[in-house]
Write a protein that binds this ligand. Structure first.
Ligand code: DX5
Ligand code: ZN
Length: 217
């Protein structure tokens, strides 16, 4: 299991140091939640901030765009140093065009589905994707409760990906994940778990990340 700490739960007065701290604690990806106050009822940060903190780690930047028109900003996030860009299938941009734009920068594209969106919504794009992100909370805020009824989506997406020959697809889950439930995600075939509150509220994030990984063997 790969672990992607969500920086949404960090101390933003030391954003760069928090990234370095997660790097040392054993994070595989840095998960960066971009919210526009329109697609979701919350505002976080954008490309300029990401560009400033890019130098604090060499680990991949997994940028989760919770914005209405991602296509308009892909060039900015590419310039900021994103390695993976995931955006919502429920957004207003043309999905295929947005995937192509991400790929044109050599960045890995991913699609995200909200809890109310069926797994099938990503099927038409599956051959083009590096990752599918299944939300296990309503996007917008950290610290919410995990929705276990989202897990069957992972199996449906994996089955379809294998059927069409995308054997390398990564399935990521995001929201309410910690030591107490990560085993369920592993069993459902999830490859990457985002963890905000559970890692940042821990007194020993390295131990928490290691415990999470150990439950997935
Ligand atoms: C929610 C974000 C998540 C969030 C996860 O909209 O996409 O990445 O920060 O935080 P926790 O792990 O606290 O649910
Ligand atoms: Zn996220």
């Amino acid at each position: 299991m790969l672990i992607a700490p969500s920086l949404l739960a960090c101390d933003f007065s030391k954003f760069g140091e928090e990234i370095a701290r997660m790097d040392k604690a054993g994070a595989d990806f840095m998960h960066l939640d971009v919210m526009d106050g329109h697609f979701v009822p919350n505002i976080t940060f954008g490309a300029p901030i990401i560009k400033w903190v890019r130098k604090y780690t060499e680990k991949p930047f997994d940028v989760h765009l919770m914005i209405s028109d991602p296509l308009k900003y892909i060039d900015d996030f590419a310039d900021a140093g994103a390695d993976i860009i995931t955006f919502h299938v429920e957004c207003d941009s043309d999905i295929k065009e947005t995937i192509d734009k991400i790929k044109s920068h050599g960045i890995k594209p991913g699609l995200v589905i909200k809890p109310g969106t069926p797994a099938e919504a990503v099927f038409p794009y599956l051959s083009e994707l590096y990752m599918v992100l299944i939300m296990t909370v309503e996007p917008g805020f950290g610290g919410q409760s995990f929705m276990a009824d989202m897990l069957p989506k992972a199996e449906l997406i994996r089955k379809e990906a294998l059927r069409i020959g995308n054997t390398k697809l990564l399935i990521e889950a995001d929201g309410g994940i910690g030591e107490g439930n990560i085993r369920l995600l592993h069993e459902a075939g999830v490859d990457v778990c985002v963890a905000g509150t559970s890692v940042f509220k821990s007194e020993n994030p390295a131990q928490t990340i290691s415990n999470m990984k150990n439950q997935c063997i």
